[in-house]
Design a protein around this ligand. Structure first.
Ligand SMILES: [Zn+2]
Length: 98
């Protein structure tokens, strides 16, 4: 059981409105449901990349296709940190070579 909230987007409907969760893509008819049972966490929804054993992936689907067992959602800020670490390591290596 997860405790993530759905990110409901409400449309005008015949019966109290129609809701669509932008995170898990679920549809709901009637009053806005209160249940926090969205299978997609905010971190996953906001992920710009996914980190697995073998490296970074653009989408979770790419990671699964590469037989990754467990992938972690990477936010834009985290991706930036990873990238700057990568650049720092690269520069150090090149300085040693020179
Ligand atoms: Zn949802």
């Amino acid at each position: 059981m997860s405790t993530h909230r759905h990110d409901w987007h409400t449309f005008e409907g015949y019966d109290g409105g129609a809701h669509h969760c932008r995170k898990c893509d679920r549809h709901h008819q009637g009053p806005t449901p209160e249940a926090h049972d969205c299978p997609v966490s905010d971190a996953e929804h906001n992920a710009v990349a996914w980190l697995g054993q073998a490296g970074l992936y653009r989408t979770r689907f790419d990671a699964v296709r590469n037989c990754e067992q467990a992938v972690t959602p990477v936010s834009a800020a985290e991706l930036f940190q990873l990238a700057s670490k990568q650049v720092a390591t690269q520069l150090k290596k090149e300085r040693k070579r020179a």
